[in-house]
Structures are given as C-alpha cells and as structure tokens.
Design a protein around this ligand. Structure first.
Ligand code: CP
Ligand code: NVA
Length: 312
C-alpha cells in the first residue's frame, strides 16, 4: 500500500512522471477522465482550507470519482473515537483518505491501520501536495510548454523567509533536494528548523542553509518564498510572531535583492502588509495564482500515480 505522507514518499523518477502527468492533465482539463471511476475518497479535515479542499474535490470529481468531505467536528473522531478505529471503519467504505490535521503521527497511524492509501493534505510538520504544485509551477515557468520540467529546476535556489520552523519550511527542506534545488532559509532565533526535520534531512542527505539574515538568504535566489507568520493552531502567538518576524517581510527592497528575474511564490492565504507587501504581490513575477491553480492538476497527478501504485 502506497501513501503520500511526506515529500520523499515518491522517488525522483516518480516525481518526473507526476510532473509530466500534471502538465498533460492540465492540457486535458475539459476531458472527463475515468482514473478514479467508482471510487469514493474521504477527506478528513481538522483545519480550515480553501485551495486544498476545493482542488481535491474538483480533481476527484473530474477523474470520475466521488469526494466525501468530513470535518472532524462532524464525525466521531471529534468526540474521541480513536484514529485506528476510524481508519478501520472508513476502509470498509472508501478507497482512500485525504487528511488535514495537526500531528504528523496521527496521519502515520491512519496509514498504518487503514489498509487504504492516505494523502497528507497538511499537518503541522509538512504540506507535501503544496510543494509538489509549487515546484511544478516554477518548472512550468522555466521549461515552457515542451521542456524537461524537472531538469529546469536543477541547481535553482529557493529562499524561504519567515517562520522556518513549521510545515512549509520543513517541506522545502525535505523536498528541495528531490527536485534538484538548493534551499536557504532565513528566520529569527527561536524559529529555526527543528530537531525532527534536521534528523530526517540528514537521513535522506538533504542539505539546507539557515541564516538569521534575510538578505543573505535571498542573494542569488531564483525563487523568494514566504508563508503566513501565524499558522493554523498558533493564533495565540500572533502578536509575538508579528514583532519577531517583521524583519523577514518580503518587501520590494528584499525581493529586489534576489536574482533580477526571480519569482515570488506563496502557498496562500497571504496577509498583505505582514509576511509580504502588496507591492510584491502586484509584481508581474509574483506567480501565486498559477501556483494555486496548479494545485488542481497536481492533485490529479498524485492521485493517479498513487492509485496505480496501490493497485493489488
Ligand atoms: N495553500 C493551502 O493549502 O491553502 P488552503 O489552506 O486554503 O487549503
Ligand atoms: N503554514 C500555514 C500553511 C497554510 C497553507 C498553516 O499551516 O496555516
């Protein structure tokens, strides 16, 4: 049984295939494909979502399947039914699970007990579907309609600014080397990458640079990337985070310190005036809405490769 819980659950060869498939499925958007015909996929979400929820629901529908959205407050897991029992029960009804939750270990438990494919739709630790779509979006930009997508990322530098201790930063730490990229992170003391991601990076030979100087991180960068300062679940820390993370705001001056043709990317939702200024969001090299659109095509490609690999 295959799962997509973290970036490295697919090999580099599979990533090349997933990217090619996403490009192909994007071109075929109008056609009704039947890759998930007769399948129902449950989407268990413990946090809010716009892009991930809608892109998965539309993707499953357009692949001929049926998405079943389950807010954790509405199912018994919200009243204490165990993750293991929930997984065992759902596996009697549906063909796969797409899960947005807090702890990565909850996701791992679902995968261990469910007997059906599980996809990570964001945890506190990682957001792998997002960075697959992000890397694909940059590759599409650089490779053009026919070029080799993965090859276009080779040696490219991404600078990640802000909260370098949470899901998006962790995903870039684990994902960049898979895509052939280099990652430099900049954030304040106390927000550096944590022990878990450091040891996981070491295991897979993924290297990254961390600095407290945002200008050092963006020097020579092909992509400048940021994320919200207050992630879901951190609302009580919002005021302190605003104070600490302000020097890492992506403004016109910082963006101009990257390569001349650098792209600005953000997983969204964005808070203009906090982690990024409106001026940068309005820059023609800001590709956030292509990034958001590509979530749809990427979800389809991930589903297609995962279900093919999960077939008995
Ligand atoms: N980028 C992203 O995952 O957005 P949502 O929280 O809206 O799904
Ligand atoms: N770091 C953000 C990402 C949202 C897509 C959060 O977890 O809220």
């Amino acid at each position: 049984m295959r799962h997509f819980l973290k970036e490295t659950d697919f090999s580099r060869a599979e990533v090349a295939e997933i990217f090619a498939l996403a490009r192909d499925l994007k071109r075929k958007r109008g056609q009704r494909l039947q890759l998930l015909a007769g399948q129902t996929w449950a989407m268990i979400f413990a946090k809010s979502s716009t892009r991930t929820r809608v892109s998965f629901e539309v993707a499953i529908h357009e692949l001929g399947g049926n998405p079943l959205f389950l807010n954790t407050n509405d199912i018994q897991i919200g009243r204490g039914e165990t993750i293991a029992d929930t997984a065992k029960v759902l596996s009697r009804f549906v063909h796969g699970l797409i899960v947005r939750t807090y702890a990565q270990s909850d996701l791992e438990q679902l995968a261990a007990h469910g007997g059906l494919p599980v996809i990570n739709a964001l945890t506190d630790y990682l957001h792998p579907c997002q960075i697959y779509a992000d890397a694909f979006t940059a590759a599409e930009h650089w490779a053009g309609p026919k070029g080799d997508l993965l090859a276009s990322l080779k040696g490219r530098k991404i600078a990640f600014l802000g909260d370098t201790r949470f899901n998006m930063a962790n995903s870039w730490i684990l994902g960049a080397s898979l895509f052939g990229m280099k990652v430099a992170l900049a954030g304040p003391k106390g927000y550096e990458p944590g022990a878990t991601v450091r040891s996981e990076a070491m295991k897979i030979g993924a290297e990254f640079d961390f600095t407290t100087d945002p200008y050092e991180a963006v020097a020579g960068a092909d992509i400048v990337y940021t994320d919200v300062w207050t992630s879901m679940g951190q609302e009580k820390e919002a005021a302190a985070r605003k104070r600490k993370l302000l020097p890492y705001q992506v403004n016109g001056k910082l963006f101009a310190a990257a390569k001349k043709d650098a792209l600005f990317m953000h997983c969204l939702p964005a808070h203009a005036g906090e982690e990024v200024t409106q001026q940068v969001l309005d820059n023609p090299r800001c590709i956030i809405f292509d990034e958001a659109e590509n979530r749809l095509h990427m979800q389809k490609a991930i589903l297609a490769v995962l279900t093919r690999s999960s077939a008995p």
